[in-house]
Each structure stands twice: as C-alpha cells, then as structure tokens.
Design a protein around this ligand. Structure first.
Ligand SMILES: NC(=O)c1ccc[n+]([C@@H]2O[C@H](COP(=O)([O-])OP(=O)(O)OC[C@H]3O[C@@H](n4cnc5c(N)ncnc54)[C@H](O)[C@@H]3O)[C@@H](O)[C@H]2O)c1
Length: 338
C-alpha cells in the first residue's frame, strides 16, 4: 500500500486526514513541530486507529531535518498542511507568515523533487478568491487574496503550478477548502485553538461550554437573508475524505488539478448559532457588533469539479457538524490539555 507523508500532521485537519488515510488502507508518516498542536494528538490517533503512528518531530523549514526524514521513509505522495493560518495575525507579522508558509513549501518541495516524489497535495483556501464577484465560486473565478495569509496560499499555488509546468514528474492536487468545522464522531480529536479562537464554530463551542461569556457577531446588515455573514461550512471528516480521494487520484491518473472542497451550501452566523444551540442544548448568548474590515458578505463553493474528478462530495450536514463539535468540546472542555 502507498505511504503518504503528512506535514503539519498533528494539526486539526491533518489529524482527521490521518485517520481517513488509515481507514482507506494507506500508511502514513507524519511530521510536525507542535507549534500549533499537541503531542497528545498522537496518543488519540493510536487509540482510534489501533496502531502506532509513525511520526517525526521537525520544522518543515529545516532542510536537513526534512532530508533526513525522507532518507528514513519511503514516500509515495505528500499532503502539505504545515502552515500558519490566522488571517489577522498574518497582517501583524507578515514576514513570519511568508517565511513559514512559503519557506516550508520550498524546503519540502526541494527535498521531494530531489527524490523524484512528485505527487503533492496542497492545503489551499477559499481565501484565495478574496471578494467574490459572483456565487457560487468555481475554480476559474477571479482570485485576489486580501491578507498576507491569503497571499501565501495564492503564491503557494502559483509556485506549485510553475513546478508542474517545468517538471513532467511533478503533479499537484491543489485543494481550496471552504470553512472546515466539526470533529471526529468519537469526540477524541477535534479543533483545539490556542488563545482566542479566530473562527466561528470553536468560539461558539467555547461559549456553549461556558469558557466564554458571549459571541460577537460582526455585522447584521449584510445583503444576506438574515443580515449576518454566510459561509460554506464543511465537516472536517468530509474534508479529510476529500484528501484521500485527491491522493488516490494522483496515484491513479497523471495530471495536476485545483478543486474546491466545500458543500455548495451557505449558512449564516445565526444559522450556526441556532444549530449549535439545538445540538448542545445550551443557550448561545451573542451581541451584534459592527462589521469587521475585510470580511465578505457571503462565500460558498461550487463543489462540482471535485465530484467529477475525485468522485467525492460532502455528505454531513450542519446539524452533524455541530453535534460532533459539541461532543469534542464537552468531552474536552480545555482541548487536549483536559
Ligand atoms: N482551518 C481552516 O479554516 C483552514 C481553511 C483553509 C485552509 N487551511 C489550511 O489547512 C492547513 C491545516 O490547517 P489546520 O486548520 O489544520 O491548522 P492547524 O494549525 O491545526 O495545523 C497546522 C499544523 O502545522 C504545524 N506547523 C506549522 N508550521 C510548521 C512547521 N514549520 N514545521 C512543522 N509543523 C508546522 C502546526 O504545528 C500545526 O500542527 C493549513 O495549511 C491551513 O492554512 C485551513
């Protein structure tokens, strides 16, 4: 069976992808330096998968460490998750974002290319589309990221495109995620943000569990059905299965591709609040605040190309995203430090 290298392997999306790859029969080698995740994830993966994770602790920007680990393991394909991901923080420390997100990408690609391991899956984001011209977003929609973080993703896509053009042995699967939420149905792994959550669902979860007093809803005067922002939330387990399908496609057929991974449905902030309150049985107090600069009114995917190319589509609905996020949050009120 093929072996997949996961960078950023103990992070939120990667840990769910790790389990999905195991379930599909792949072997996995994980690498992370725990800058935004916990070593506890490895114990939970062992418990859930019934096998010992193969893991290397390293900074993917460290060429010597990346080369050494590639000398130790035979790899057939890579999924490159390792990156910093906070949009607001990226505006405060842009060089740290360019250094880590692009420097890590260069280092990993150079080491892989030297070994002719050319199947590469890249964690991109709907943020590369910036302000949508029209909805739903298709892969050919205009791109134009509006933050340093978004630009690291857009530049990453462009660098990988150049690499595939220059090298017939290099094939990219560029996956543009919409809004990943939820957790594994076991409640044993999930999203564990450090400090104040940047994203809606973990914030709502922490309000529900009593860690935070109330939710700030940034604007209720957008041109959307209830005035609050609309996003395409996708269950992290659906997203994980999308990665398995992308890896399989790279193994089965030549050629690079870029696809949206979303559900094709938008939900407003107040939809999420109501669904979470129903799933948790807890009230979610919230306050309406002014719009935040840079937020778009609405954003959702046309996921048709992913279905056509990968035979994949998201199946889990908002109620199950909230139920699974709540199980994770209520069983682990302080995340992996519980
Ligand atoms: N969560 C989202 O909303 C979202 C949306 C679109 C795209 N993405 C992208 O998906 C990927 C995974 O996101 P996530 O939400 O799981 O984030 P995460 O922070 O939970 O996972 C990223 C992991 O990468 C590790 N990492 C970062 N830099 C590293 C380095 N130099 N060396 C080794 N490890 C390093 C971190 O420790 C962390 O475990 C990222 O590339 C992110 O930009 C995330």
């Amino acid at each position: 069976m093929a072996t997949v290298l996961l960078t950023g392997a103990t992070g939120y999306i990667a840990s769910h992808t790790w389990l999905a790859l195991w379930a599909a029969g792949f072997d996995v080698v994980g690498v992370d330096d725990f800058r935004n995740s916990s070593p506890q994830v490895l114990e939970r993966l062992a418990e859930l998968g019934g096998r010992t994770p193969v893991f290397e602790r390293a900074d993917v920007g460290d060429a010597a460490a990346v080369n050494a680990l590639l000398d130790r393991h035979r790899i057939d394909a890579t999924v490159h998750f390792a990156a910093l991901k906070a949009v607001g923080e990226s505006a405060e420390v842009p060089l740290a974002y360019y250094r880590n997100n692009l420097g890590g990408l260069f280092t990993v690609c150079e080491a892989l290319r030297a070994r002719r391991i050319g199947r590469f899956v890249f964690s991109s984001s709907a943020t590369v589309y910036g302000e949508p011209e029209r909805l739903p977003l298709v892969e050919t929609s205009r791109v134009g990221a509006t933050s340093p973080y978004g630009r690291t993703k857009l530049m990453g896509e462009q660098i990988l495109g150049d690499l595939a053009t220059a090298d017939a042995g290099w094939q990219n699967a560029i996956l543009r995620y919409f809004n990943p939420v939820g957790a594994h149905a076991s409640g044993r792994i999930g999203e564990d943000p450090r400090g104040t959550p940047n994203n809606l669902m973990p914030y709502v979860s922490q309000v529900a569990v009593g860690r935070r007093a109330s939710l700030s809803v940034w604007g209720n005067d957008y041109d959307t059905p209830d005035g609050t922002g609309v996003r395409d939330y996708i269950h992290v387990c659906d997203l994980a299965e999308g990665h398995v399908a992308a890896v399989q496609r790279l193994l089965d057929a030549p050629g690079s591709f870029t696809v949206n991974l979303g559900t094709g449905r938008g939900h407003s902030v107040l939809d999420v609040v109501a669904a979470f309150a129903a799933a948790s049985g807890r009230a979610i107090p919230y306050e309406i605040r002014p719009r935040r600069p840079g937020d778009v009114a609405a954003c959702w995917a046309d996921p048709g190309l992913a279905e056509q190319l990968l035979g994949w589509r998201a199946t889990r609905d908002l109620a199950s995203m909230c139920a699974d996020a709540w199980r994770w949050q209520s069983h682990n009120p302080n995340g992996y430090d519980t």
